[in-house]
Design a protein around this ligand. Structure first.
Ligand code: S3P
Length: 171
C-alpha cells in the first residue's frame, strides 16, 4: 500500500523545502507540482500565466492531481493556489494526507519579498503592499487550507514533526 502526502499552503510557506527533506527522511519520492507542470509544458509558470492564462494553469493543476497514483509513496509540494480551485482539496483529501503549513502574513511577506518575480500573482505588487495583499488573500484561501487533515505551524517546521503528525509517532 502506498501513501501520498500533500503539502499545502500559501506561496512562500516552504512546501518545496520541507517536502524534499520529508521525502528524504521517510524514503518517499518527492515531486513539486509547479515544477512538473513546467517540465510537461516546457514553459515557466510566468510564461504559462502570460500566454495561456490562469484558468488554463488551474486546469493543469487539477489534471496533475488526477493522474497521481495513490499506491506510490510520494510527497507532493503543491502550488499555493491548487487547493482553492474546483474539487482539488476534496480530491487531495481522497487520494492522500493533506498537511497545511500555516504561517503568519508577516512571515510570508518576509519570505516572498525576494521571490516575487517567479510568482505571477504578486510580481507587480509593490513590496510595501505585499503584506496587505497577503492579509486579504490568506483568509480567502484558508477556507480551503483549513480542510487539511493536519495543520502545522510553518515557521521553523522540522520534517520529524510532520512525520509524527502524519504517522502518529515520535521519531
Ligand atoms: C500560486 C502559487 C505558486 C504557483 C503559481 C500560483 C498561487 O506556487 O503555483 O504562481 O496561486 O498561490 P508556490 O506556492 O510554490 O509559490
Amino acid at each position: 500500500m502506498g501513501m501520498i502526502i500533500f503539502l499545502i499552503g500559501f506561496m512562500g510557506s516552504g512546501k518545496s523545502t520541507l517536502g524534499k527533506r520529508l521525502a528524504r527522511r521517510i524514503d518517499f519520492e518527492f515531486r513539486d507540482m509547479d515544477h512538473c507542470i513546467e517540465q510537461e509544458l516546457k514553459m515557466t509558470i510566468p510564461e504559462i500565466f502570460s500566454t495561456k492564462g490562469e484558468a488554463y494553469f488551474r486546469s493543469l493543476e487539477t489534471s496533475f492531481i488526477n493522474t497521481l497514483d495513490p499506491e506510490k509513496n510520494q510527497v507532493i509540494a503543491t502550488g499555493g493556489g491548487a487547493p482553492c480551485f474546483g474539487q482539488n482539496m476534496y480530491l487531495m483529501n481522497e487520494k492522500g494526507v493533506t498537511v497545511y503549513l500555516r504561517l503568519s502574513p508577516a512571515s510570508l511577506a518576509g519570505r516572498l519579498l525576494k521571490a516575487r518575480n517567479v510568482r505571477p500573482l504578486i510580481t507587480t505588487i509593490p513590496p510595501e503592499e505585499l503584506i496587505k495583499y497577503i492579509e486579504r488573500k490568506l483568509p480567502e484561501r484558508e477556507v480551503f487550507y483549513n480542510k487539511a487533515r493536519c495543520i502545522i505551524k510553518g515557521e521553523n517546521v522540522k520534517s520529524a514533526h510532520v512525520v509524527s503528525l502524519v504517522f502518529g509517532k515520535e521519531e
